[in-house]
Design a protein around this ligand. Structure first.
Ligand code: UTP
Length: 301
């Protein structure tokens, strides 16, 4: 059976990013750079690598910099082209999607991830779509969403990016209740019989946590239409996906790659180091700088 292609990707970027204050006082969290690219730029590249053609951003107040990032900047482009700075020009604008393939929707109140996704219902329409949370980065050989789209082509339904975490951390994530009787042919897939948002380690049905990559069926919007706030007073996407179980299959996909939780300070700084080390041009200098930093130890006791 062939499954409808994933053409649209939703990027919920309406959060307040309070863990990065004061940086996020006037700048969106998604514009924080990892090496030289903003988080949202990596997310966009991943969507494109997975075959997406339409990019839907759900934004909030204070997010103009994201819109500007996905637009031409004529003064700079003309300056760079006069100076014949080809590489810089490439980085500035060559990657822009054609006009009309990118849209911005305003989430007037940050009522949670489920609410942010629901705000994209008219733009997505009646077709399966993907969601990428830019603050979850996955460093991998094959981009994470591309891996997931390939798995989705096999099983259809909903596919969630999942990874094993230490049991003591279950309280920070959505956790999968695994259907042990289902044995998908693809060994990276597991079938879910339930999902639990932020369970305590004693109550967690597994240690498999959902990360910020989702392939969802449009039925999720009908559920979100009626969704009441859940954990933390927010409208939770996990709760809505849970309600689809039984109607539409929900699989978890254990992606290949390393995930960096860039929603928090430590994960974000670690991602900067890891992505810098991936770059041929700065790898060696980074290694020697890092060695120096560790050798020196802390300056202020
Ligand atoms: P987070 O839980 O990381 O929230 O949201 P946050 O507000 O961005 O950051 P903190 O906790 O205050 O530091 C996870 C993802 O969901 C989006 C965020 O932009 C982020 O990508 N989100 C969250 C929305 O788009 N709208 C919301 O109402 C909440």
């Amino acid at each position: 059976m062939t499954h409808a292609k994933i053409k649209k990707v939703v990027f919920p970027v309406g959060g307040l990013g309070t863990r990065f204050l004061p940086a996020t006082k006037s700048m969106p969290k998604e514009m924080l750079p990892v090496v030289n690219k903003p988080l949202i730029h990596y997310a966009f590249e991943e969507a494109r690598a997975a075959g997406a053609q339409e990019f839907i951003f759900v934004t909030g107040r204070n997010k103009h910099a994201i819109e500007d990032h996905f637009d031409h900047v004529y003064e700079l482009q003309s300056h760079l082209s006069t100076k014949n700075k080809r590489l810089e020009l490439e980085m500035t604008s060559d990657w822009l999607p054609p006009p009309g393939n990118i849209s911005f929707i305003r989430q007037q109140e940050p009522l949670g991830l489920g609410h942010a996704v629901w705000c994209a219902r008219h733009a997505v329409g009646n077709e399966p779509f993907a969601v990428i949370l830019a603050d979850d980065m996955v460093l991998s050989k094959t981009p994470c969403l591309k891996q997931m789209v390939e798995a989705y082509d096999e099983v259809g339904g909903n596919v969630l990016g999942v990874m094993d975490i230490p049991r003591e951390k279950t309280g920070s994530y959505g956790i999968v209740d695994i259907d042990a009787d289902a044995k998908p042919r693809n060994r990276r897939l597991i079938k879910a019989k339930g999902l639990v948002e932020k369970p305590s380690p004693e109550k967690a049905p597994s240690t498999l946590s959902i990360i910020g990559r989702y392939i969802l069926q449009p039925e999720v919007f009908h559920i979100l239409d009626r969704q009441k706030p859940g954990a933390g007073g927010e409208i939770q996407l996990t709760d809505a996906i849970t309600k689809m179980i039984g109607e539409k299959p929900v699989h978890g996909y254990r992606f290949e790659g390393v995930r960096y939780d860039c929603g928090g300070l430590v994960g974000f700084v670690a991602a900067n180091v890891a992505y810098a080390l991936e770059r041929e041009d700065i790898h060696d200098r980074m290694v020697s700088e890092l060695r120096e930093v560790f050798k020196r130890g802390r300056v202020k006791e």
